[in-house]
Design a protein around this ligand. Structure first.
Ligand SMILES: [Zn+2]
Length: 491
């Protein structure tokens, strides 16, 4: 049921309180406690063994790589890693959980007390606390649709059983759906940079549940919360929270009280539905996993793992803003993925002027890609091509007008810059006397601008360079032109 519109005045009386639980699959080659392949998309029930099927007598062995990845993620999220954490059995019955319990961590998780900084509407950063990061194994998958007899049968695919997960629980520090969106965006970015998960929401490697309540502004005590599940994109998380906040305010405003319950998001009609009340919620009867020893993270392992941590997105942006004189927006574009930022920086460092590489990439190539609705990977111009352009500009071998013409050809024919440049190497006027003639004509035609220049407005030189460049149809050698214009104006 869509919520009736609530007036902004009423909305403003309440403060939402939001906490997020995120599950990410770790990018290990094998599963959490057995040697089965950890791979999405295999034929159903082909990546299984007695351990992940929970057959009697099979014993789990913890995957060292999963511990390393979970520790890396903990460090990247500013968490304190516990020296001794405990695996615990979380007991429940479900068809996709053949063991009847999930190995998780309970009162002694791997890591606690972390945080992420997110930008807010007031342009300042806000720190969102991370309560804990713990390790656990995933369950299998029930397949309810897609078979000829799906009306009467449910099928099971147990390939996902035992996939290593990190569950990351935030503090209830989030106050708006936009903050929730930013938190998730930053979290995903950090995990991708750390290389611990592919965070692919469509394939289920990143899943998010949201806890949300509202309270009158100024009130200390939290309101009753609802948990929203089944939200498979960050935009939907934001929409589900917006819906849920209004729904709860409406319940309270009409004299009712919010029920503690689990609700499902329905993307088709943009609303949430009650799935089960908390009275029916499971008691998982956690107890320490008897088949696994405590997990010990030594100081040595911790410091070795810390060395593997790459420069993280926020720090990288700050450095790149200074190094390449970028705007915040441009820094975000260049660091959208670690792989892209790495490629850009490796290329930029080979150029005469790295800042110019950033500039050509963002304004020339980026502008064209955007206009054509293409992604960076679809660009006909390689990073090496962009470095070539930047160097040619820097050496004055092409003008910016010629660069634009060459890029036109690149995008028209889908060819890289080097090939186009070799074939169509633009003519350049490097003959000083020919340029001087054009400069003299321009100076004669613009006495007012000459006067301004000579009165001290030195930036007028750019006007003359532009005029002569145009008169030369973009063929004047830029370095020579600059030098001659200045000489003539000073003379
Ligand atoms: Zn297995």
């Amino acid at each position: 049921m869509p919520v009736a519109a609530i007036s902004p005045d009423v909305l403003a009386k309440y403060e939402p309180v939001i906490g997020l639980e995120v599950h990410v699959q770790l990018l290990t080659a094998t599963k959490m406690f057995c040697g089965c392949a950890n791979r999405f998309g295999a034929d159903p029930n082909t990546n299984t063994c007695p351990v992940c099927l929970g057959l009697p007598g099979a014993l789990p062995v913890t995957n060292a790589k999963a511990i390393e990845f979970a520790t890396l993620a903990s460090l990247a999220l500013n968490c304190q890693v516990r020296e001794r954490s405990i695996f615990a059995r979380k007991n429940y019955f479900y068809p996709d959980l053949p063991k009847g319990y999930q190995i998780s961590q309970y009162d002694k998780p791997l890591a606690e007390h972390g945080w992420i900084e997110v930008p807010t509407s007031s342009k300042t950063n806000k720190r969102i606390g991370i309560t804990r990061l713990h390790m656990e194994e995933d369950a299998g998958k029930s397949l309810h649709d897609g078979f000829s007899d799906s009306a009467t049968r449910t099928y099971l695919d147990l390939n996902r059983c035992g996939t290593p997960l990190a569950e990351i629980v935030s503090e209830p520090d989030i106050r708006t759906p936009d903050e929730a969106f930013e938190y998730l965006t930053r979290l995903k970015e950090i995990l991708l940079y750390a290389g611990v998960s592919d965070c692919n929401m469509e394939e289920g490697s990143l899943r998010c549940d949201a806890n949300v309540s509202v309270r009158p502004r100024g009130q200390e005590k939290f309101g009753t919360k609802a948990e929203v599940k089944n939200v498979n994109s960050f935009k939907f998380v934001r929409a589900a929270l917006e819906y849920e906040i209004e729904r709860q305010i409406e319940v309270i405003e009409s004299g009712g009280s919010v029920k503690q319950e689990t609700r499902l998001w329905n993307a088709n009609d943009g609303s949430t539905y009650s799935m089960r009340s908390k009275e029916q919620a499971h008691d998982y009867r956690y107890f320490p996993e008897p088949d696994l020893p405590p997990l010990i993270v030594s100081a040595e392992f911790l410091s070795e793992t810390r060395k593997k941590l790459p420069e993280l997105p926020e720090a990288r942006r700050a450095r790149m803003i200074a190094e390449y004189e970028l705007s915040v927006q441009d820094a975000h574009t260049l660091t959208a993925s670690r792989e892209f930022a790495d490629r850009f920086e490796a290329a930029a460092r080979t150029a005469r002027n790295p800042r110019r590489v950033a500039n050509v990439l963002l304004s020339e190539v980026g502008g064209r890609l955007k206009a054509l609705g293409l992604e960076q990977e679809q660009s006909p111009v390689s990073m090496a091509g962009i470095v070539l352009v930047a160097d040619l500009l820097d050496e004055g071998k092409i003008s910016s007008k010629q660069m634009k013409q060459l890029f036109d050809v690149c995008f028209e024919k889908g060819e890289d810059f080097a090939a186009v440049y070799e074939r169509e190497k633009p003519e350049q006027i490097t003959d000083a006397s020919a340029l001087e003639k054009l400069i003299d004509e321009t100076i004669a035609a613009n006495p007012k601008q000459v006067e301004q220049y000579r009165a001290g407005k030195k930036t007028m030189a750019g006007f003359f360079v532009g005029q002569v460049m145009r008169a030369s149809k973009g063929q004047a050698n830029p370095a020579l032109l600059n030098e001659l214009v200045t000489r003539k104006l000073e003379g």
